[in-house]
Design a binder for this molecule. Sequence first.
Ligand SMILES: NC(=O)c1ccc[n+]([C@@H]2O[C@H](COP(=O)([O-])OP(=O)(O)OC[C@H]3O[C@@H](n4cnc5c(N)ncnc54)[C@H](O)[C@@H]3O)[C@@H](O)[C@H]2O)c1
Length: 399
Amino acid sequence: MISGRDLDLQFSDNLHGELTVAKKPLNIGLVGYGFMGRTHSNGYKRVNDFFHELEYRPVLKAICGRNEERTKEFAEQWGYESTESDWKALIARDDIDAIDICTPNNTHAEIAIAAAEAGKMVLCEKPLARTTEESLPMVEAIEKAGVANTVWYNYRRVPAVTLAKQIIDSGKLGRVFHYRANFLQDWTISADLPQGGEALWRLDAEAAGSGVTGDLLAHCIDTAIWLNGGIKDVSAMTETFIKERVHQGTGEKQAVTIDDACIFHCHFNNGSLGLFESTRYARGHKALYTLEINGEHASIRWDLHDLNRLEFFDHSDQGIVRGWRTIHVTDGDQPYMDHWWVPGLCVGYEHTFVHQVADFLASLSSGEPCKPTFRDALETARVCDAVLASAKNRAWTDV
Ligand SMILES: NC(=O)c1ccc[n+]([C@@H]2O[C@H](COP(=O)([O-])OP(=O)(O)OC[C@H]3O[C@@H](n4cnc5c(N)ncnc54)[C@H](O)[C@@H]3O)[C@@H](O)[C@H]2O)c1
C-alpha cells in the first residue's frame, strides 16, 4: 500500500547515549494555503507530540500556492522547508512522499490523478470532486497506483462521533428507525456578496460543483453512511434564494447556479429513514452540524457546537432514572482522549485533523486503509449526485 520515495529507517542517539529507532520521515507536499492548508499543517505539526506510538513523522517539506509572496509567508509561518508555485513541479519532486490537496473542488481530480500516477500517496480534501463522473477516474488512478490515500471527512474523528460509532456497532441501539442530520450556516444571506474567485469560490458552481450539497451535506452523508450504512434512494428539494450575484472573475452580474439550501429524505439499506437539511440562510447559525439516531432500544444525538458531548438515551435504564444522559467524551478510555490532557478537559475542531493525520500514519504501519478512502468517498459523491438529480427532476432517485 505504501508508495512514494523509500522511507528509510534512521537511527539516533537519545539523551542517554542509547541507540533508538528514530521515526520514519514522511515528506508532505501540501497544495493550497487557505483554511484547510492551515488545519492540515497544524495536524502534521502536532501529531507526534501527542501520538508517541507512531512510527512515522510528517515533515513539512513543501507548500504550493500560486501567489509566491503569500506562499513564502505561509512557509515561514508554519515551518515549511520550501515552496512551489505549480503543483506539477511539486509532484515531480523526488523528495515528496505524499501530496495533500487543500484546493477548491474543481482542482482535486487533476492533482490527485497526477499525484497517484507519480506514485505519491494522496490525502484529498472533501468532496472528492465536483461530481461522481469526475471522482471515478480519481478512484481508478489511486487504486491502479496502489498508493495510500484518504479523504478528509474529519467529523468522523470528533471523539464523541467516534464514540457514537462504537455504541452503534455494539448493538445497543437495536434496529435503527431514524437518522436525522442538519448542517446550518448563515454567511451568504447578503445579496451584495459576490461569487467566484478567492474565498468565494464556494458560490460558483464551476469551482465548487454544487452548493450546500457538496460542501456541507457531503459531511453529513459521509458520517451517516459510516454510522448507519448505505443510502438506497433519495427525494430532495433545493433552492437558490439569491438568483444573481456579481462574479469576482468577470465583474459582471451572473446567474447563481449553486444550491443555497437543500433538504432531502431517504431510505437507508438497513430499512431506516433519513432526513437531512442544509442551508447557508439559517440566520444565527454559523456551523450547526447536528445528528440524531433513533433505535429500538436507544437513541444518540450530537451537536458540533458542543462537540465534546454525546447525548444518549437508553430505554433499558431503570424507569425512575431513565432519560437523556450527557456523556462528556473526555475520559482516557474514550476514543482518542488518552492522547490528550486529563479527564474532563476538552478538545476542539483542530484535533479532528490531528486525529486524521495520526490514523493515516498508523495506517502506513498497519497496511490497513485509512478510512474514508477515495473509494469510500465515491459513495458520498453518488449520494450527492442523486440528491441534486432528484431535486432537479422532482422525483425519487436511486443512488
Ligand atoms: N474537511 C472540512 O471540514 C473542510 C472545511 C473547509 C473546506 N474543505 C475543503 O477543502 C478544500 C479547500 O477549501 P478551503 O476552505 O481551504 O478554501 P480556501 O479558499 O480557504 O483555500 C483554497 C486555497 O487553494 C489555493 N488554490 C486554488 N487553486 C490552486 C492551484 N491551482 N494551485 C495551488 N493553489 C491553489 C487558493 O489560493 C487558496 O489558498 C475544498 O475542497 C473544501 O471543500 C473541507
